[in-house]
Design a binder for this molecule. Structure first.
Ligand code: PGA
Length: 259
């Protein structure tokens, strides 16, 4: 795991966006795994700016979402497909075409079938080149809540109460408006991405960051599985890094690695 610690969320986003821009400069047909939630939004904004400046394009690429709510109306602004359309597709945001943005089918009459189809679609394209991730305060990545199998594939699951509390801010602070069910890439699916880029910012993430980076690999803190990935990079702001025991060493090593 490479761990980079930066002054603030903007600096994390700047580093993340340059990694993604380099990837698509090397291979414009790459497959980007896209996370939702608020953490990646500054990165998406920088990708849009780079697209406007002619330095970046997803026109030949594909994007796969990590997860989607089940039972959310198709026109709901918090439906993850809609969030990703706004950030990456609409008004030629990044060049990504609507048909090349793939999200689990939350309206499928049988969500289990939708989950299996989504897993097959990721496999058929040859897997994700680089997966962007956020982290939940309970350590989830995607919607893989504590106790999920560490090798699970895309599946239907239920949100923890803590996650629904955390996400209520997107639903007018009404927890009963937050869906209870989701389709999510499993930890096994996420681990099959060639490269992982996890972003975490803010004090509220400090405990989860400490556990996934320095704790034991355990289904109790699902993001800890990333310790088993050969190409996982974790980008943190000072607040999210504030519980790390070896923060100084990570800073030195990052500087040497960039060096
Ligand atoms: P956030 O969510 O980026 O909105 O904090 C992260 C997550 O739940 O994975």
């Amino acid at each position: 795991m490479k761990i980079g610690i930066f002054a603030d969320a903007q600096e994390c986003a700047s580093v993340a966006s340059e990694i993604i821009i380099d990837l698509f400069a090397d291979d414009p047909t790459s497959v980007l795994g896209v996370a939702t939630g608020s953490t990646p939004e500054p990165t998406y904004q920088m990708l849009r700016q780079a697209h406007q400046a002619g330095r970046f394009s997803l026109a030949k690429g594909q994007a796969f979402a990590l997860d989607e709510y089940v039972g959310i109306p198709s026109d709901h602004p918090e439906r993850y497909r809609n969030m990703l359309l706004r950030n990456l597709v609409e008004n030629d945001a990044t060049g990504l075409l609507d048909e090349n943005l793939h999200t689990p089918d939350s309206e499928h009459p049988d969500p289990q079938v939708a989950a299996a189809e989504y897993e097959a679609k990721i496999a058929a394209i040859g897997g994700v080149s680089l997966q962007i991730l956020g982290i939940g305060t309970d350590g989830h990545i995607g919607f893989n809540e504590p106790g999920t199998s560490l090798t699970e594939v895309t599946h239907v699951d239920y949100l923890m109460e803590q996650t629904r509390i955390d996400n209520a801010r997107f639903f007018d602070h009404q927890i009963d408006q937050v869906p209870t069910q989701c389709i999510t890439q499993g930890l096994g699916t996420i681990m099959s991405a060639k490269r992982i880029l996890l972003l975490a910012t803010g004090k509220q993430k400090a405990e989860a960051v400490k556990e996934i980076c320095e704790g034991s690999v355990s289904a109790f803190w699902p993001g800890s599985i990333l310790q088993m990935h050969r190409q996982a990079t974790v980008l943190l702001d000072e607040d999210a890094a504030s519980h790390l025991q070896l923060a100084d060493y990570y800073r030195q090593r990052w500087a040497l690695q960039q060096g």
